[in-house]
Design a protein around this ligand. Sequence first.
Ligand code: NAP
Length: 906
Amino acid sequence: MDIDISVRESAEGADHVIHLDALVIGAGIAGIYQLHRLRELGLNVRAFETGSGVGGTWYWNRYPGARFDSQVEAYQFWISKELYAAWKPSERYPAQPETERWLNFVADRLDLKKDIQLNTRIASAHYNEDSGRWLVTTSAGQQIDTQYLVACCGMLSAPLTDRFPGQASFKGQLLHTALWPKGEVDLAGKRIAVIGTGATGIQVVQSVAPLAKHLKVFVRTPQYILPMKNYKYDQAEWDKWSSQFDELKLRVRQTFTGFPFDFEVGPWAEKTPAERLAVLEAFWEKGSLELWLGTFAEMFFDPSINEEISEFVRGKMRARLNNDPALCDLLVPKTEDYGFGTHRVPLETKYLEVYLRDNVEGVNCRTAPIERIVPEGIMTADGKVHEVDVIIMALGFDAGSGALSRIDIRGRDGRSLKAQWQQEIRTALGMQVHGYPNLFMTGAPLAPAAALCNMTTCLQQQADWITGCISHARSQDRDVVEVSKTFEDEWVAHHDAVAAATLVVKTDSWYMGSNVEGKPRRLLSYIGGGAAYNAKCNELAETGYPGFGMISIQRRGMETMNAYYGQEGHGPYTLYNIGDLTLEDGGVIPACELAVATFGKLNAAKDNAVLIPTWYSGTNKIIEQVLIGEGRALDPTRYFLIIVNQIGNGLSTSPHNAGGDLAGAAFPHVRIGDDVRAQHKLITENFGIERLALVVGGSMGAQQSYEWAVRYPEMVARVGAIAGTARNTELDFLFAETLIEAITSDPGFAGGSYAAASDVAAGLARHARLWTVSGWSDEFFRQGKHLAMGFDSIGGFVANFMVPYFAPMDPNNLLCMAWKWQRGDVSRHTNGDLAAALGRIKARTFVLPISHDNLFPPADCAAEQRLIPNSELHVLESGDGHLGLFGTDPAMLAQLDTHLKALLES
Ligand code: NAP
């Protein structure tokens, strides 16, 4: 075999470590494009490619007949119209040599080759948690230290080669389609065997049949096929397509499969049988994949519709085989095999007619499986030896996960991607895997690009998203990007739910991983459609990549000091850098970050935004769990809900994660007004919102809501102030003071310079007990609600619920919030005149105290409500007290929903 699969010794030598911003694995379609995009970003990036030339799939698969079956006008790079127009394809479905030349042309035009190291196989990639970087080693021992590792390894690039015992004993020539030798392979006049009749085998068979002395095709599972109508493209044809560049570029990202066509013939149910047949006939004549991917989407869901379409195709196939019973039995799938389109449908050119030739014989290796390769040829289970000169194996690939699993990839804590994927194949959007920070991938499992997509479309879309994500992280001064476990779980669940509704999961094929023994079964490709996937990706990019944690290595020491805070437990949320925040009480928080979780979509009028600030110690997660849901008042299908974590709560900039001069106890005093000014910047500058439909929050969230209404009266249409006041009372101030003392009096607190929250465990436990006493009400315990929660006594409740709740929290963070809470007072704006401050409010305001709240009793709230124009008081009846905010009383939540719905509709 003279294809160059050996790898060269590194020119730089094994002892010299190269330092890169980004390393791209592979120089196929995705690798080339990714390299180009990251270079545009100004990164020091290099691609490493095992082959001795660029092209990826189109480098390795140089077997006879190799060509793509997407129309060439759609199988393109969308980099520029000039580039598109400059390459003139010779035909509708160009063959491999032309495609390889095209990819070289693109790489040359973009001057990419100087940054591509060929003949280099990546052997391992190990993540270093201290540096946030990857150490990559080639099989020649060259080492590369890189911040980002972008694997563009291809979804069909790990060929299945060693499949039969005795392969090495074969006296003739053994060829694998995906490792086809460069240069001429003389097949003329030879006795040839082809094993495998997937898309590859079919192309080989139809191409070598006329050359062979004798051809034996080993057929196991028959294939549904569609005829390819290929024809030459002249200059006029290409000019026509080039003039449509902009529309095509847009269109391919809006369709289900990344082609310029979609399922647009109308519903099956609304057509008569004659009309359906007319559609199928017309699309059969098109000679493209459109009959499969551009007619009736119902074929993927409804077994009876699928059977009718399958039978249409079978009828066409039988006719082409002259209805020969033996050939039909061998080559036409049966109903019980699987349905049309439930795995890859290849395009072919006179493939079936090949079997009518005298020099071609189909061997049924379903009834007589291949046992082994012997020196003379192939031995089947019936004891027969099929003597041949050449064996061509077209046995497919370990698809999607195979290429990455063949590299020793180790993420955080040394975890192995291969080992994980041997158990279960999981990714987030097919682009990241939790536990592997700064590793991005294209064409990997659980994205359309893993199979169900026109590859150029989906790979460029992924590379664009990855580029955007990296660019965003850098703009935020973040070094490490890692998807949260929660996001990944949600994506996997969504992927599976979409897949489960289809017939595809019922058919064995490489789509399901069932062609590789022991591979965990899961549909490799996301089947919700390219358009939906794009929309999801775009939404993430527009909202700052929620679910993708981004940290700064310099500050990471502080952040990891307390593992409680982070995407894992509280995500997904996005960090927004709102710039330097000058504080009311003096000092500046440089590059202040707000952690923000959003739900729903901002409408075109931008008038459905609801802002929800957080309460003491709470994060976006608890608010999501307690207040948000379809059919609830805060319904993400109607409103764009923005939960902003307050400064100091551990997710937004806080003492424990600030680092530098502001770290820990040195963190400056922050007031409610500072949070609200920071939020205002976020709302106006990041989201472009000029008016909020509602600002609603509980406790400290209510303090912030009032501050919004007083400070920016024109911007706030409505306010819902739950269990909180606009001006803190003296008693409340004193309660917060006891919380502060409980913590600071712990010797482990050490003036705020403790090493870990656990050093202040005693102080945090005292703080938890104080919260038990005042946060819940007498009524809560009288009703035995703590017992109903599974605790045997109030002591057990404190020890096993309240103390553990606060124990992991950072003491300096809590103190930051407590100080802020104590000084919540909108009358700062009016020289202490509360009536004047509240009189400024233009928002329709609902004051919503909790009946048994010890901290913000209804009487305090009612007194303020009387000072607010256009306001109403609605007391939420609940014996749970202030901490009923955590959703312990469903009846109270129902009341709250009723009031908020009424407020939103007023
Ligand atoms: P494949 O679809 O996985 O087909 C592998 C073939 O090998 C199947 O027919 C399989 O039979 C057979 N096989 C495997 N083990 C066997 C055994 N022990 N005995 C007998 N037969 C055995 O692989 P592929 O043909 O390389 O195609 C993979 C994908 O590449 C395609 O689906 C397509 O997405 C892509 N491709 C695209 C083009 C194009 O654009 N035109 C061309 C080629 C490939 P069973 O089905 O019974 O397992």
